[in-house]
Design a protein around this ligand. Structure first.
Ligand code: PMP
Length: 374
């Protein structure tokens, strides 16, 4: 049973059914043949769908390989586009490494400064405003929802503060897309990133929304694809698959939202019914992500559930697994949790295929593990 949808999602069955047909569209979209032009126009149909999902015009949408590339492109691309400016970048202390690391890289290699604002100052918009007025950032990047806890940032309010102070505003909406409304026109952001594999499309496809496509210097130079913003032959299979996933979300958004709410409520009510003691690290975040502590170490709980019971939960972000030195989650630390609380934390995330029956079995498994190992 899979409860790690925040790390990635299975490919939608509608995509799997059409996969061979999509893979047969092998022609290079930039070639002159009639069939190539057909592939190109299908790519444009996907661009229209993404634009519809984000409520914008397709000319603002660019395909990349994923959110990591989109984040790097906008963070480094804004700097290189405006090199003459003395930059100060500004992010939260709980961003994904694909935002924190490119900023740290620029800091190491350029005449450039940055700061991380504590989470409580972002959620308290008066405190945020005071910091912005004082620090005058040229560029700011915040996530819309956190990947470990589901914490949701007040993006519209933040955008208004930043724009009043002439800062460029990028959001990482990787975890928010498909869970909450993400309307770039209402949010009034300058740039946005997300990855298709978090919404049931295959891996290897990402989106970069740019209000002004000329606001960044591209990272890849080459054959001029994606209007020069992201050169390289398009990942046709993944782009066309993303269209199927987005269609699914556009048609079923209300149902999906209700499903996530039901999964969360049901899971928590079963824990209470069974008198299993637990604590939530975030109670108002995305419905499908639970950052939750039980009475034993989180990594032990996750390992036993994964290997003994086949219930795949996580202790935090999958990306942190690639680091040589395992550190306590910077997200939970910056949210003010004590080390012993972080060590007890697990992440359980639900998806469209999660059933109430699976949740019932998971709770039984958790009860079992606690009774034996606590
Ligand atoms: N941002 C956030 C908030 C994420 O959760 C992730 C994936 N865990 C990324 C960026 C990076 O996405 P990808 O690995 O698909 O490039």
């Amino acid at each position: 049973m899979y409860f790690d949808y925040a790390a990635t999602t299975p490919v939608l069955s509608e995509i799997k059914e059409q996969a061979i047909e999509l893979l047969n569209k092998y022609e290079n979209p930039s070639s002159v043949h009639l069939k190539s032009k057909g592939v190109k126009s299908e790519i444009e149909l996907t661009r229209e769908k993404v634009a519809k999902l984000l409520n914008t015009n397709p000319k603002h949408i660019f395909f990349t390989s994923g959110a990591t590339e989109s984040n790097n492109t906008v963070i480094k691309g804004f700097y290189y586009k405006n090199k003459e400016v003395k930059h100060h970048y500004f992010t939260s202390s709980i961003e994904h490494p694909s935002v924190l690391e490119p900023i740290a890289y620029l800091n190491e290699h350029s005449d450039f400064s940055y700061s991380h604002i504590p989470l409580q100052n972002i959620l308290d918009t008066n405190a945020l405003e005071r910091t912005v007025v004082e620090e005058k950032p040229t560029f700011c990047s915040f996530m819309m929802a956190n990947n470990e806890t589901g914490t949701i940032f007040p993006i519209t309010e933040i955008a208004s503060i930043l724009h009043q102070n002439n800062s460029y505003f990028h959001i990482d909406a990787t975890q928010a897309i498909g869970k909450i409304d993400v309307d770039v026109t209402k949010l009034n952001v300058d740039a946005l990133s997300f990855s298709g594999h978090k919404i049931f499309a295959p891996k290897g496809i990402g989106i970069l929304y740019l209000k002004d496509p000329d606001s960044i210097m591209p990272l890849f130079h080459g054959g001029g694809q994606e209007k020069g913003v992201r050169c390289g032959t398009e990942n046709v299979f993944a782009i066309l698959s993303l269209r199927i996933a987005i269609d699914y979300f556009l048609e079923n958004f209300d149902k999906i939202e209700a499903h996530y709410n039901l999964c969360r409520t049901y899971f928590l009510s079963l824990l209470k019914q069974k008198n299993i003691s637990f604590a939530l690290n975030e109670s108002e975040g995305l419905a499908n992500i639970l950052s939750i502590r039980f009475g034993m170490k989180g990594d032990a709980m996750a390992d036993i559930l994964n290997f003994k019971y086949g219930s795949m939960i996580s202790v935090g972000s999958a990306c942190s697994e690639n680091k040589d030195v395992k550190k306590l989650s910077h997200v939970l630390k910056n949210m003010g949790l004590e080390d012993h609380e972080i060590q007890k934390t697990t992440r359980i995330s639900f998806g469209i295929e999660t059933t109430l029956e699976d949740i019932g079995k998971l709770v039984n498994n958790i009860e079992d593990v606690l009774s034996i190992y606590q």
